[in-house]
Design a protein around this ligand. Sequence first.
Ligand SMILES: [Zn+2]
Length: 367
Amino acid sequence: MGPGRGAWLLAALLAAAPAHAVEVVRISLAEGATEVEVSGPGLTVESLRDGAERRPVPGDRARVRLQGDVITVDGTPVDGAGLAFAAKGSIRCAGRDLSGEVEVRRGRGGLSVIDVLPLEEYVAAVVGGEMPVTFPPEALKAQAVAARTFAVGKKIEAREQALDFDLGSTVLDQVYPGVGRADPRARAAATATAGEVLVKDHRPIEAYFHSACGGRTERGADALGRDLRYLPSVACDRCQGSPAWRWTLRLPAAELGRTAGLPGDATRMTVVRTTSTGRVSRVSVEGGGGRVQLDGVELRRRLGYERLPSLAFTVKAEKGSFVLSGQGRGHGAGMCQWGAAGYAKAGQDYRAILVRYYPGAEIARMY
Ligand SMILES: [Zn+2]
């Protein structure tokens, strides 16, 4: 494969940005705070306005407050849109250890905290947050490319919408635990693939991933409402290592009735509709004289994503409860992480792994 044609347009999309913007990513860590504490060795601060000077913070610790419309640091008002903190080591803020610069800005409904850090450091942290670092190096590299692709796609979106930040830090985007968790193995995966992103039609793809598919991935259209050619259902026969490869959930009739919003215990549960891969897309639950239909994703949300690991299940009634027998964990679209680990163990490299789960996408190098 090698750097593809896609690299050209990608470079053009990002070229309008200030110098080094490609290599930097802005992560929102908190919004609407009234008070933020920042600390770190050799802490310095600079006001976010033209010509501001960077100065040391006494005691290496600062308390930023929003009082009315005015931002104060340890009681002293500052002018400008906010503050940028830096330190000689990691910066402690918003419950995490952060690297790069930490901005505290006046945002919607209070103070916003934004970590501004090198993209590759972010990728390393996300790899460590989203995949066990004990996975084989080629699987970690595949995860690094997927994480970077997601970040660059979001960055382009943020630019188009003129947002203050590129990404959030939770499962809604990608889990960014801060740099404290960046394991050397995750860093090595980021470094080995530096600058590489998956593209299709000259744009970064939506590189969704999940824990384990259980044997067959789900179409993007069915799992997430994203009908994209590079997110078809593909066979995967290497995720047997996942603890959720096969699972059983016993749901008491009373709990299922409650979950479905019925007036009494559930007496019957049937699968009304499945997707092309056999995953549950709609169920019917009866009990207490009522009958309710629920979408599979809604059932999973109500029961909890940990409790009901996936929608690839069958159901049977058994002595006052319902036994769900299923396979895999997660929405099922895109890369299967345990499958990636399995294929890596079998000798495949990260490129082969990525092409398996995102067929038709190519790897482009941004720098
Ligand atoms: Zn799989």
